[in-house]
Every structure is written in C-alpha cells, then in structure tokens.
Write a protein that binds this ligand. Sequence first.
Ligand SMILES: Nc1ncnc2c1ncn2[C@@H]1O[C@H](COP(=O)(O)OP(=O)(O)OP(=O)(O)O)[C@@H](O)[C@H]1O
Ligand SMILES: [Mg+2]
Length: 279
Amino acid sequence: MYEAYWNLKERPFQNTPDPRYLYLSPQHEDVLMKLTYAIAQGLGCALLTGVFGCGKTLIARVILRDLGNQRFCWAYVNNPAFSEPAELIRAILRSLSPQILPEKKTELLLDPLLERLYNVLLDNVREGKENVIVIDEAHIIEDTSILEQLRLILNFQTEDRFLLTLLILGQPELKSKIDALKPLSQRIAVRCHLGTLNEEEVGKYIAYRLKIAKGSDSANECEDIFDKEAAKLIFLHTGGIPRKINTLCDFVLLSGFAKKVNRIDSSFIDKVIKEFNLS
Ligand SMILES: Nc1ncnc2c1ncn2[C@@H]1O[C@H](COP(=O)(O)OP(=O)(O)OP(=O)(O)O)[C@@H](O)[C@H]1O
Ligand SMILES: [Mg+2]
C-alpha cells in the first residue's frame, strides 16, 4: 500500500518468519552458530528459549532453509499441545514423511507409531541423511508425558550416534519445565537464550529490514526514511522486541504515507503510538 511512496519493493516490517529478513545481532548470530553446531555434530538435543517475538521461530526457519535437502530430512511441529504421546509422534511423522502416515485406527497406538518413526529415521540415516526434528512453542506443553516422550525418542540411537537431532524452542518458562525433569534436562547438549535487542541493535535492525525491502546494497540509504533519533524512541517503546518493532514501524510507514510525511522523526512516532493506541 505504502511501498511506492517510500520507494520500497515490499513491506519491510511484516510479522512473518521470512529468512531473508534475518538481522544477525550478536546474540542471534551466537544462537545460530550453536544450534547449527548441535546439528552438524549430531549432539542429540538443543534448547532455545527466549521472550515472545524475539526471533526463535525465525532462527528455526533459517536453519531449516539452510539444511540441504539432499543431506537432511526434517520435521517441524509448531503446536505441541498434545494430550497424549501418540499425537506427538504422529505429528512428527506427518511432517517428516507424510506419504507413510498410518491410516488404520490400530496404527494410531503409540507403539506402532514409535516403531514406524524409528524405521523412518533409520532408513534416512542409512541413505546418508541426517534427521532434524524441531518442536516449536514447547512452553505450551502441559502434559509431562509429552516431554517424557521427547526424551524417549532421543534414545533412538545406534551404537555410535543419535538417529536425530531434536531442537526444542519456547518461551523462558520452558527452561524450568525441562529442568524439573532431570532425565530430559541432562540430555540437552546445547542451551541458548535470546533476549531483546539493545538501542544500537534496534537502529541496525530497522536499517537492515529497510535495506532488504528496498533491494538496496546500502543500509545508510535507509536513513532517508527514519531519522537517526527515531530508533531511540522505537527502542524505548518496544523494549527491543522485534515483533513489537515490526508492528510499530509498519504503522509508522502507513501513517507517514497517509499524511505525506517526508521523513520519520521521534515526534511523528510518538503521534503514531498515540493514534494507534500502541502500548
Ligand atoms: N533477528 C531478527 N531479524 C529480523 N527479524 C526478526 C528477528 N527476530 C525476530 N524477527 C521478526 O520478529 C517477528 C517475531 O519473531 P519470531 O516469530 O521468530 O519470534 P518468537 O521468538 O518465535 O516468538 P514467540 O515466542 O511468540 O513464538 C517475526 O516477524 C520475525 O521476522
Ligand atoms: Mg515462535
């Protein structure tokens, strides 16, 4: 809607996990490196916690995008609020290998599903492929038997290796849920946490997303849209949470277009916060 006015090819601040827009702050870079290492070295299980909207799902999407399909098979489960372990295993199988999903009711029992999963994982490994299973939003798991089942699938090993790498993602309370289950907690080889962006990073984040949306090579060019001081107010208002930054900046660009503003400065942002009731 406002793209042409701001000389952009697309809207820069959409709240979607689009890997092209990943701004690598030092902590995002560190998390990406650690999770990639866990997969590459077959360490078994890694945990990523972080406040809402800070980039956990985006990082997972970037990792899945970058895993070559020839070498990796992956499953992505993003709503693990299951009431029984069989549902978890079925969701993993559905994502990993939809064509072999069991249809008979008797095959929806846990043991045959586990056997099927084990065979799929083993076949992939025999074909020279690595298995990666991502469980996103894991903080919503209430039933400890589901977390216990995650531990049990980590027992899928041969003599010298895990048959899969499990990445568990969720909001900060996930850490205490997992720590309460010592056998699972002990199996987590890599733990990382994503916090909010600091003021300087917020400025770089905005510039980076504008650069991608412009299809431009230079982030400096983006200073023609947002005034330097603008990042400070955006940081103060959003607490450095990328999802909140996106929402605010999207409305700011929209409102700037509607009011035919030449450049976004702090006082304009302040007006938009009030106008859109953003808290
Ligand atoms: N480092 C980043 N670079 C660019 N965009 C980011 C970054 N981190 C987060 N975002 C953007 O912020 C939004 C929210 O990110 P994401 O969905 O990954 O958060 P989350 O940590 O998974 O949140 P939740 O706990 O609510 O699931 C997305 O639109 C995403 O593109
Ligand atoms: Mg998420």
